[in-house]
Design a protein around this ligand. Structure first.
Ligand code: ZN
Length: 387
């Protein structure tokens, strides 16, 4: 059942016989920009690797010794577990702080942000708060279920987490406040026409102001059913990208909705939640299982390790969906040169490396590499020319 579901979910409407031509990164941007992007990304990559090593180190020490803090707590079984969870997160936050500061330093050096250190560090304080809250609520849920069902808690927890994930994915667009409707008449007209051609009418496309903290251009599609929405960052609309290039972005984001990528993402989450929860249950048994607060520090380590182990699969799924959204964008915008200009613009304006090393693409690549996205635009043009 698992394999059949995965096979069905992995299906896309990118033609199976599509052959991607080789794309030379040197042909996309000038040599100085290319070298600058490579230097910029190299530091960020090793900063990430180092922060992951420290993360695992801190969590391993905490898994070994964290249970000592239990004695000092009088918060009851679940309360103590939640406190241990918070404490673990706090250690992780502190341990990762130098790497986050280094990343901000680097971004400022390359003029990717104007924000000060404190500003950049706490720009997403709401997200940090939400992270702490969701981890403690998740712990409360798991510990309550483990208290009730003992060893079989994972059978109840996995569907509960999928339901919570679905609820969150549904309400997320309503939680994003302060975004403004897309006013540019030419772009608004493109939204209407693409929605009609992709069969997804009435999806609001809004503009989110992020230019205070970053210069990176971005856009995303969120929600499902009646909450489907598309957000464009204002950094995409500041004149660095042409209207035709922004239209490709709009077509791409609407493509995520027309191909049901958010519900499909939730289905993938369900496929991973069951074996994941089972592995957590197995791994924490020798600490008395997840019903015991003493198992919480080890539980945190196991969750982070599983998330890390699942990254190649998750990113492979994500890259397939992104490639499909690119394909949809090419089919409705019919403008491969604008698509190519957009992708090259990611290197020019966001210093994205066009052709990162293989291990990084496999482990961390949520999108196809820029050379592959350009290759698809060229492959589309070649097919359109021969049709
Ligand atoms: Zn996308």
């Amino acid at each position: 059942v698992w394999a059949a579901a995965a096979w069905l979910l992995a299906d896309t409407n990118v033609p199976d016989d599509l052959r991607l031509p080789h794309v030379d990164p040197a042909g996309l941007v000038d040599p100085a920009t290319l070298a600058r992007a490579e230097r910029y990304e190299r530091f960020r990559r090793w900063d990430f690797v180092a922060s992951q090593l420290v993360l695992f180190g801190v969590l391993a020490v905490y898994a070994r010794h964290g249970a000592r803090f239990v004695r000092e707590s009088a918060a009851g079984r679940i309360g103590t577990g939640m406190l241990l969870g918070m404490l673990g997160l706090g250690f992780v936050w502190l341990a990762e702080l130098p790497f986050r500061l280094a990343a901000i330093w680097w971004e400022r050096r390359y003029d990717m942000t104007d924000a000060g250190y404190l500003e950049a560090l706490f720009a997403n304080w709401a997200q940090l708060g939400a992270e702490f809250l969701s981890v403690s609520l998740a712990l409360a849920l798991v510990m309550a279920l483990a208290g009730r069902f003992r060893r079989r808690w994972w059978l109840a927890a996995a569907p509960a987490f999928v339901a919570i994930g679905a609820l969150f994915a549904f309400v997320y667009p309503y939680l994003t406040t302060g975004a403004k409707p897309l006013r540019d008449p030419q772009l608004a007209a493109a939204v209407k026409s693409y929605e009609q051609r992709e069969g997804v009418e009435g999806i609001p496309v809004r503009v989110e102001k992020v230019s205070d903290t970053t210069k990176a251009p971005n856009a995303y599609a969120v929600g499902f059913g009646p909450s489907r929405s598309v957000y464009l960052w204002d950094t995409l609309l500041d004149g660095r990208f042409s209207d035709d290039e922004v239209k490709v972005v709009i077509a791409h984001e609407l493509g995520h909705h027309s191909r049901n990528h958010i519900p499909k993402g939730l289905a993938w989450y369900a496929l991973l939640a069951f074996p994941g929860a089972w592995l957590i249950a197995i791994a924490t048994r020798r600490r008395g299982g997840m019903a015991e607060p003493t198992a919480v520090p080890l539980g945190l380590l196991v969750v982070v390790a599983l998330q890390f182990a699942a990254m190649p699969l998750e990113n492979a799924v994500s890259r397939r969906m992104e490639a499909e959204a690119d394909w949809v964008a090419l089919e409705v915008s019919r403008d491969p040169s604008a698509a190519e200009g957009l992708f090259a613009g990611f290197t020019k304006h966001a210093l994205a490396e066009p052709s990162p090393p293989r291990w990084e693409r496999v482990l961390l690549g949520s999108h196809p590499a820029i050379v592959d996205r350009v290759a698809m635009a060229r492959a589309w043009a070649a097919r359109a020319g021969s049709r």
